[in-house]
Design a protein around this ligand. Structure first.
Ligand SMILES: [Zn+2]
Length: 781
């Protein structure tokens, strides 16, 4: 209390003040509900001065307009420090406020019923601004807007954002609203934007930087694209596709929903090292540049992944942006619809003759990877405070939910389902809805019992087990089925996909095949398989078994067979994409000196086997694999590879990853140590890649000692990192271990922390599932 009184006296004009109550830190659900009940007509006018020097602060000013139903204290979210708040005024006058628990509280006495204005000058926190030497981008999902400016940071307080950005002279800027003017005042250049539509704080964003920009009219709609790609071959192979997939997605969605694209502007930016695949800010979609720009030689999997990503983010314009969940426990709704629509869109634009094979290979393995574990979570979870919202994300909402949604569509029928979805979008446009709101609408369209379906599939975790084989391919095939090991491999592609999927899951349960037997069976299966997506799935399974579930001895003995058979297959006349996929697997699993020399020759001469075309990224992968295998020339290989990379952003990434590849244990130890400091974890995608090197199976003996500190850092990673980082951190750290000692480290950690955050504990149990299974499977080998 004293400290606050002193602050009040020094910072503001203080009246005879009694301290107003301050909610707990974060954004508690109770606060969110209370604010929603009496505050409306929210508008933010925001001005940020963004210097190029990342050490200099970003200064901000905002004017907040809102309507207050009943006079009460105003609680704003601002996760910063007292020093960050320079001035607070309410309705034109200096005002009293308290700053505590990440909230600015303005007492009721300073406000009035009806319309109010609050003006704040502040230093914007850098936590969500992703500042680099020549570009920056805001990423506020799920509750990070409050680290950059004072706001009501909850999805159901939609607002209009009007933005002005002062940026360095050679930079460009983009935000949700269209550009209005570029003005010079004093020494500053201001990019001023027209207001956005009504959107949630997590969907508000802006970027500024040294970008190339490309504007096109596609189907009568202007689209703007910012990027930093310098490779002309990549640009030539990608730009047209990127625009046309967006256009096709928009067209499909307008037809399916019956609602024209709801926002006045369409633009997107490709960001190097972006921490997700994409983020759906309306009018300003961010993409990971690496997922967007592909070479001519891209594999089918890569092309599908890009089309899916673009279709997914575009679908969000309706599902998530136009109609938004009330609270982040229903974040899965926007994700499931985005994935569900993306599957329909991609089937159409890539004129895929096997959409079911794509659907199964894309979703089932990743859904099972979580749902088979003891940490499996239901699709719909409870969330008491938004500062835990990141833990809602994972394989269940991205991959089980689409399976479940497909079931729902099959139960209801396509047309009634579509009618319900249209009604839902119309009813809640530019507003918010919960899952029960949607179920109530769908219920009107069907005679089926949606309540019990919902209880079983949405509210409960886990994968069902059946004591019979998969029979009806079109019915619900989600679960663990028995297998007939005497039956031939099915000729129907869908049946074959399910066959391999189910056998692998059974192997993990210790049924029918030991890991070694199953690896042999996969090699035989690969000989006959022509469907690229099934080949890719088989190779993933093979790599998983090879590194996780074989003993060291078995792997050494088996390696020459794997190498020889993969090499033979990749020389055969498969489609060139399949050959490339096989070469990638060869690179992943090669162990013998002979195989190493093959890879070295390909890398050195930049001469892949006939019919395969490799990109700079592929050569980086080969160079990294050679380094991880302690090739005698590792250092000079990495030096040369670094010189070969011309794009500055990719060079920077390679430079960051380099110590994680070092043969020198001390260099790797120092690198791991450096990750304990937050500033070294800012490029989360790169950190994930570096962890994969550190914990590579060939290095795991020396890296096991990183496991305990990595677990001890998890809570901090969750608090400071973006939504996917805790899972990525865990998966890259724990995912490839199989030893009893690693198993003990995880179990001891869980025992030593009986009151550990339940949502995070589940993430540990999910990531360690293969490690737990390895204890039983290795014993049986
Ligand atoms: Zn999404």
């Amino acid at each position: 209390m004293n400290r606050i009184l002193i602050l009040l006296l020094t910072l503001t004009v203080c009246y005879s003040c009694s301290e107003p109550p301050v909610p707990e830190a974060g954004v508690p659900l109770t606060l969110a509900e209370e604010r929603h009940s009496r505050i409306s007509d929210l508008r933010y006018d925001l001005r940020f001065v963004i210097p190029a020097d990342t050490a200099a602060p970003v200064m901000g000013e905002e004017t907040l307009h809102f309507h207050m139903e009943k006079k009460a204290d105003l609680v704003l979210d601002f996760k910063a420090s007292t020093e960050s708040i320079k001035e607070v005024r309410a309705n034109g006058d200096d005002c009293r406020f308290v700053y505590k628990n990440e909230h600015i509280v303005i007492p009721a006495a300073e406000l009035k019923e009806g319309s109010n204005t609050v003006e704040i000058r502040f230093v914007a926190g850098n936590a969500a601004l992703n500042r680099n030497a020549d570009y920056m981008y805001a990423l506020f999902v799920p509750d990070r807007a409050r680290t950059a400016f004072p706001c009501l940071d909850q999805p159901d307080m939609k607002a209009v954002f009007t933005v002005a950005l002062s940026i360095p002279e050679n930079w460009k800027a983009m935000t949700n609203g269209p550009l209005k003017s570029i003005e010079k005042s004093d020494s500053l250049i201001w990019w001023k934007f027209a207001p956005s539509e009504k959107i949630s704080t997590y969907l508000f964003s802006f970027t500024a930087g040294n970008y190339f920009s490309e504007t096109r009219m596609v189907d009568g709609r202007e689209m703007e694209f910012f990027h930093r790609e310098t490779d002309s071959a990549k640009l030539a192979a990608s730009i047209d596709e990127i625009f046309s997939i967006h256009a096709a997605s928009l067209k499909f969605l307008e037809e399916y929903t019956g609602i024209p694209y709801p926002f006045r502007k369409f633009a997107f930016t490709a960001i190097p090292a972006f921490q997700f695949g994409g983020m759906e800010h309306p009018g300003a979609v961010w993409y990971n540049a690496g997922s967007l720009f592909l070479e001519k030689s891209a594999t089918k999997t890569q092309l599908i992944r890009r089309a899916n990503l673009i279709a997914h983010e575009t679908a969000h314009m309706w599902f998530g942006d136009l109609v938004t969940m009330k609270w982040f426990n229903d974040v899965w709704m926007k994700e499931v619809f985005a994935n569900f629509m993306a599957d329909k869109i991609v089937a159409e634009i890539l004129s895929d003759d096997q959409p079911d094979v794509k659907f199964i290979t894309q979703h089932y393995p990743l859904a099972y990877a979580i749902d088979r574990t003891t940490g499996a979570n239901p699709i719909r979870q409870e969330l008491a405070n938004l500062d835990q919202a990141g833990t809602m994300y994972g394989g269940i909402i991205y991959h089980k939910a689409p399976v479940v949604m497909q079931q729902l569509e099959r139960i209801m029928g396509e047309k009634p389902f579509q009618n319900g979805v249209r009604k839902y979008l119309r009813n809640y446009a530019f507003a918010n809805a919960s899952w029960p709101d949607l179920i109530a609408i769908l219920d009107e369209e069907t005679d089926q019992d949606l309540k019990s379906w919902n209880d079983k599939w949405v509210n409960k975790p886990g994968r069902p087990s059946f004591d019979f084989p998969i029979t009806d391919l079109k019915a619900n095939t989600y679960g663990l089925f028995t297998a007939d090991t005497t039956a031939a491999v099915p000729s129907d592609p869908v049946a074959r996909t399910l066959y391999w999927l189910n056998l692998y899951e059974n192997m993990l349960e210790g049924r029918y095949y030991t890991p070694m037997e199953y690896a042999q069976k996969l090699l035989d299966g690969l000989e006959r398989e022509k469907e690229e997506l099934i080949v890719t799935m088989q190779l993933r399974q093979l790599s998983s078994v090879y590194w996780r579930f074989l003993t060291e001895r078995q792997r050494q003995d088996f390696a020459p067979t794997v190498e020889a058979r993969l090499w033979k297959l990749l020389e055969r006349s498969n489609p060139s994409n399949v050959r490339k996929t096989l070469l990638k697997s060869f690179n992943e699993m090669a162990l013998s000196v002979g195989a190493m020399e093959k890879l070295y020759a390909i890398w050195k001469m930049q001469m892949p086997p006939a019919g395969i075309s490799l990109s700079e990224g592929d050569y980086t992968d080969i160079a990294s694999a050679l380094a991880l295998r302690s090739h005698p020339a590792a250092d000079s290989i990495l030096d040369v590879q670094s010189q070969r990379i011309t794009n500055g952003d990719r060079k920077e990434r390679f430079h960051f990853l380099r110590p994680s590849l070092s043969a020198d244990q001390q260099v790797r130890d120092e690198f791991f140590e450096s990750l304990k400091r937050r500033e070294n974890r800012r490029k989360e995608a790169w950190v994930g890649d570096a962890l994969a090197h550190l914990h590579h199976p060939l290095r795991r003996g020396a890296s096991e000692k990183y496991l305990l500190p990595s677990l001890e850092m998890l809570e901090e990673i969750q608090t400071t990192g973006d939504i996917f980082f805790p899972v990525n951190w865990l998966e890259q750290s724990l995912g490839m271990y199989s030893s009893a000692s690693a198993n003990k480290i995880v179990n001891d950690f869980l025992t030593a922390h009986p009151n550990y955050n339940g949502l995070l504990k589940n993430k540990i149990l999910q990531a360690a599932d293969n490690l737990f299974r390895a204890q039983k499977l290795l014993a049986g080998n």
